[in-house]
Design a protein around this ligand. Structure first.
Ligand SMILES: *Cc1c(COP(=O)(O)O)cnc(C)c1O
Length: 357
């Protein structure tokens, strides 16, 4: 039976990417050495780093003035790096879920934080729209895709101040206007690579403006200056990143990823809305995520939840159990999820409906 990985993260990668990584772990670039045992200073690895950074710029159309960094620590460490480097007096945060809240909490260690809006009272089932960002804030932090709740900002926001975006779970799934962001960051393990590497795209003119001293490793300028090679970077995940970036390019680029994401999402949300056994959890349909599709059993079928989970798992649907904060199910449909996977899930839902009709 074919297995489809709907896990939220770490998550599905293209089979070609897994294969290329496995091969390089045995014999990297014809060196006769494993990728895991070579120095990051070799010219073979430098070429990997250079191409990965160049491809991020090419695929996202990154304008002049920005640098691409690959660092360790995950998106969660960026929650601290961002205010450390950018918050002098005041920062604005949009609270759209657990990750957004965690980012906000870290910033409070560094200065005044304004929560411009929050959908916490409604368990983050929509993204707040009517709010204003204080014009004197040092930056405005957003989470473009709320992995746990299945809401997503489908457009680049206008803001009076620099926008910093956590794009851990939707990077490379939608065409972006990068110049609307001063910084974009995220853990790679949702749509790009395995766990262990964090991508940062930063407009360098925003750095060096705060008065506090910044420890070397936390200072973005260190990584800009040293090309993400100040210390040993996560070599294997960066290699995997490069393979995914090449794959995205071969498939037709980010526009094609966006087309596929919409196609998958339309199919699955269509079934969720049609099938009387299920109900989508996001109340504002325009905010429904293309990446993490959350649904629960309809009220009158609540008792069938465990049964559907088992039913779907037996049919090869891996990782669809919802996050404990939402319950029910979450089908994560990242870039590497083939349309067949979503078709198989839809068929499973229809089969379940027939069984219980
Ligand atoms: C997974 C996730 C994180 C946390 O990422 P780590 O790399 O595990 O720290 C942060 N933000 C969002 C939106 C996520 O989906």
């Amino acid at each position: 039976m074919k297995k489809y990985n709907f896990g939220a993260g770490p998550s599905i990668l293209p089979p070609e990417v897994i294969k290329a990584t496995a091969d390089a772990l045995i014999n990297f670039d014809g060196t006769g050495l494993s990728l895991a045992e070579i120095s990051h200073r070799t010219k073979n690895f430098q070429a990997v780093m250079d191409e990965a950074q160049a491809l991020v710029k090419e695929l996202l159309n990154v304008p002049e003035g920005y640098e691409v960094l690959f660092v360790g620590g995950g998106a969660s460490t960026q929650f601290c790096y961002v205010p450390y480097n950018l918050l002098e007096k005041k920062a604005a945060y949009l609270n759209t879920g657990v990750w957004a809240k965690k980012a906000l909490k870290e910033a409070q260690l560094f200065g005044e934080v304004v929560e411009v809006a929050s959908s916490a009272a409604d368990n983050f089932t929509y993204i707040p729209k009517d709010y204003s960002v204080p014009a004197d804030a040092d930056y405005f932090h957003i989470t473009t895709n709320n992995t746990i709740y299945g809401t997503e900002l489908h457009e680049d926001l206008d803001s009076p101040v620099n926008v910093v975006a956590d794009m851990s779970s939707d990077i490379f799934s939608r065409v972006l206007d990068v110049k609307k962001y001063a910084m974009i960051y995220g853990g790679a393990q949702k749509n790009l690579s395995m766990a262990g590497v964090t991508f940062v795209i930063v407009r360098t003119d925003i750095l060096g403006k705060v008065s506090r001293p910044i420890p070397t490793m936390v200072d973005y300028r260190t990584h800009v200056k040293k090309g993400s090679m100040f210390n040993t970077p996560p070599v294997v995940p960066i290699f995997t990143c490069l393979q995914t970036l090449r794959w995205i390019k071969e498939q037709g680029g980010v526009a094609e990823m966006e087309r596929r994401a919409k196609e998958r999402a339309e199919l699955l949300y269509g079934e969720i809305d049609r099938n009387p056994f299920f109900r989508g959890t996001v109340t504002c349909k325009a905010d429904r995520s293309y990446m993490n599709i959350c649904f629960v059993m309809a009220e009158e079928h609540k008792d069938l939840e465990a049964e559907f989970l088992q039913f779907a798992t037996e049919r090869g649907m891996h990782g669809i159990k919802g996050h404990r904060d939402v319950g029910g199910f979450r089908a994560s449909c990242y870039n590497a999820m083939p349309l067949e996977g979503v078709k198989a899930l839809v068929e499973t839902m229809q089969e379940f409906e027939r069984l219980h009709a």
